[in-house]
Design a protein around this ligand. Structure first.
Ligand code: HMG
Ligand code: MG
Length: 298
């Protein structure tokens, strides 16, 4: 049965902005996060403590978290790839972080410069230190259906990486269609493979919308009993190491789907649409979230 209550994880400030070619001023990032929290988003991924040479746009994450006003009831996780990143995150006062791995070998090498096996070895002390510091931990598995370098990905490889992240102490595992190329049946197969090893309450789905399948894939996932979805306001983003991939499924489009199906989210669609139009204007691009544009025009 479909869940009646769904939690959205807003990744716009991180996944959305990480690929922007021009630096986004810190004040704009802070205002974006604040507007999203005011709209009712309760999990907002706000930065990444990764190599600034690889992802220059996230280089100000330390400064951002030091300035970010925290709202009660809202968590603001960031990506952490290694111990250096975790230490920086702890210094900046984070209480939740996300670890990330790939289900495919090629993307692992291009994204984090090591094999899947080595990434798990590298993350073990990161997870242990994070748990000892009382942080909550999320895990990401990328390339759950296809990899830009290796092609098709076996659902068993996804399940294996998801389980390993859970073993490291990740409460929630987000399964990422990094390329935005998956269609509903392949999504169902992946969820079923992972759900044989992990309870569905611990699985989140992370859809990019490159081929326009984000909403269809979300519906398939809801029917598989998944109740947590990642999205990005205005459909911002893409990954610098997955050439051609576009942004996450737009938060605005997801809200239209979920509310139309009677799933509660606690999020105000109009406030998200106003925010989506605002950030798109700040980035100098047309506002691309269709449900948001329609709401503003209505
Ligand atoms: P490396 O490439 O192996 O090189 O790094 P390194 O370890 O020699 O480090 C390179 C430089 O970065 C060094 O500086 C390090 O000190 C520094 P240098 O000596 O050259 O001056 N460095 C750091 N600086 C700040 N914070 C750190 C840090 N670590 C090293 N934490 C590493 C390996 C994993 C660090 C690197 O490859 C990296 O940062 N990769 C991250 C790439 C990334 O952020 N990708 C996008 C996010 S993943 C994604 O978008 C997918 C997702 O959305 C889900 C989906 O859609 O599938 C989550
Ligand atoms: Mg992503």
């Amino acid at each position: 049965a479909r869940p009646t209550r769904v939690r959205l994880v807003e990744t716009g400030p991180r996944d959305g902005l990480q690929n922007e070619p021009m630096p986004v001023p810190l004040a704009v990032k802070l205002e974006l996060i604040e507007r999203l929290a005011a709209a009712g988003l309760t999990t907002i991924e706000a930065g990444a403590f990764v190599s600034p040479k690889r992802v220059p746009q996230m280089a100000d994450s330390g400064a951002l978290y030091r300035e970010l006003p925290r709202r009660a009831g809202v968590s603001y996780p960031a990506l952490v790839p290694n111990l250096a990143g975790l230490e920086a995150a702890l210094e900046a006062g984070l209480d939740s972080v996300a670890l990330f791995v790939s289900a495919s070998e090629g993307f692992s090498q291009h994204n984090i410069a090591c094999s899947r096996a080595d990434s798990l070895v590298r993350l073990a002390p990161v997870a242990a230190r994070a748990r000892a510091a009382g942080l909550s931990l999320r895990g990401y598995v990328s390339c759950i259906v296809a990899c830009p370098y290796d092609g098709a990905v076996d659902p068993a490889a996804v399940a294996e990486m998801a389980l390993r992240l859970a073993d490291l102490g990740c409460d929630e595992i987000s399964l990422g269609d990094t390329l935005g190329i998956a269609t509903a049946d392949s999504v169902r197969r992946v969820i079923e493979a992972v759900a044989r090893r992990l309870p569905r309450e611990r699985i989140a789905m992370h859809f990019h919308d490159t081929y326009g399948q984000g909403i269809a894939n979300t519906l398939a996932s809801l029917e598989e009993g998944i109740a947590t979805f990642d999205s990005a306001v205005a459909g911002l983003g893409g990954c610098p190491f997955a050439p051609g991939a576009s942004g996450n499924v737009a938060t605005e489009d997801l809200l239209h789907l979920l509310h139309g199906l009677g799933c509660e989210t606690g999020i105000d669609p109009m406030a998200v649409a106003v925010t989506g139009a605002w950030i798109s204007a700040r980035l100098g691009r047309p506002y691309a979230a269709r449900a948001g544009r329609a709401l503003l025009a209505a």
